[in-house]
Write a protein that binds this ligand. Sequence first.
Ligand SMILES: NC(=O)C1=CN([C@@H]2O[C@H](COP(=O)(O)OP(=O)(O)OC[C@H]3O[C@@H](n4cnc5c(N)ncnc54)[C@H](O)[C@@H]3O)[C@@H](O)[C@H]2O)C=CC1
Ligand SMILES: CC(=O)C(=O)O
Ligand SMILES: [Mg+2]
Length: 363
Amino acid sequence: MRVGVVAEIKPAERRVGLTPAGAAALVADGHDVLVQTGAGVGAGFGDEDYLRAGARIVSVDQAWGDSELLVKVKEPIAAEYGYLRSDLTLFTYLHLAADRPLTEALMAAKTTAIAYETVRDESGALPLLAPMSEVAGRLAAQAAAHHLQHPFGGPGLLIGGVPGVPPARVVVIGGGVVGTQAALVAVGMQADVTILDSSPRRLRQLDEFFGPRAQVVMSDPLALEEAIVDADVLIGAVLVPGAAAPKLVRADHLPSLKPAAVLVDVAIDQGGCFETSRPTTYLDPTYRVAGILHYCVANMPGAVPRTSTRALTNATLPYVRKLAGLGPDLALAGDEALQAGLNVRDGLVRHAGVATAFPDLAS
Ligand SMILES: NC(=O)C1=CN([C@@H]2O[C@H](COP(=O)(O)OP(=O)(O)OC[C@H]3O[C@@H](n4cnc5c(N)ncnc54)[C@H](O)[C@@H]3O)[C@@H](O)[C@H]2O)C=CC1
Ligand SMILES: CC(=O)C(=O)O
Ligand SMILES: [Mg+2]
C-alpha cells in the first residue's frame, strides 16, 4: 500500500506522523512510503533519514494525493480539506466532537477517518491517546508552574514553595493518563496536589499510587466547588472518549476562584472542561476571563516534538502496519480496537460520541 506522511501545518506544530524507524518497518513490510519533503525536520528527522529508511521524498500534493493511507498527527485544518477524498484512509487525531466543520468535510469527501483518540483496546484503555496524554500531562504541570511566576502573568508563586512557605495548591480534575502525569510532576515539584475523578475504580488506583503524596477525592459538584475555591492551579483532564468534554467549571464559578488562579484546560481538544475555555496555540497560549488566566493549548505535545513523535510512532506503528497490510476493510473487520477508532466512513458518522455532539449530522 502507498502510505503518506505530510508536514503538519497547524500553528507551532512540529511533530510528524511517522519516524524514520516507522517508515523502515513499513518498507520492510513491502509498502511504498511517501514522505513530504521536510516533514520530519521539526522532530529532528531530515529527508535523508527517511530516504535511508527506504521511503520516497515527495511534494505535499503527492504525499496527500498519491497515498491510500495517510498517517498524520493533528486533525486536518481547513487548508487541507481539499485533499480529502473517498479512496483515502486518514489515520490521525481528529477530535471531531469539538470540530463540526471537519466532521462535515470528512463526510462530504467520504473519507475513511480513523481517530487515534478513540482507538480503544479490550481493557477500555486508549492506546493511541495515552502517549500524548502522558506528554501533555507532564507539560501541564510545567505550564502551570511557569504561569504562576509573575513575569509570565502569574501571581508570583513558586509552585513548590520553600521551607517555611507553603506550596501552591494544584487541583487536577480527571485522574486518567493526563491527570496522573500532571499530578506526578506537580508532586515532584513539591506542590500540594488534589486529584478529583468520578470513577471509584480509578480513585482506588490513584490512592494506591500516590499514597500520602496527593489527596484523591470523588468528583461531585460539591466536592469540586470546595476544591476549586482554594486552588492556585486548576488542571482540566477529564475525558468521555470521543464525546464533547463535560463543562465542570462554569463561568459562574469564576468569581469564587482566587483572582490569580491559573487554569490549564488540557481537555480543550474535546471542547474543554471549563465553560470559559477556548482553544489556543503556542503562538498565544493564554487569555483572561474575569481576570483569570486560561491556558488552553490544544496541541501541547507539539512543543516537544522530538519526544512526542517517537512516543506516538511507538504506539501507532502496530496499527499502521495492520491497516497497510490488510487494507481498511479487513483491518477494521478483524480488530475491535481499530473499529472503535472509526469516526467517519462512506459519508456517515460512525462514532457514538460524535453522533451525540452533532445529532443532526448523524441522523
Ligand atoms: N491539549 C492537548 O494537547 C492534549 C489533550 N489531551 C486530552 O486530555 C483529555 C484527558 O485525556 P486522558 O487523560 O488520556 O483520558 P483518560 O480517559 O485517561 O482520563 C480521563 C479521566 O477523566 C475521568 N472523568 C470523566 N468524567 C469525569 C467527571 N465528570 N469528573 C471527574 N473525572 C471525570 C475519567 O474517570 C478518567 O479517569 C482528553 O480530552 C484528551 O484528548 C490529551 C493529550 C494532549
Ligand atoms: C492528543 C492530541 O490532540 C495531541 O497530541 O495534540
Ligand atoms: Mg489536541
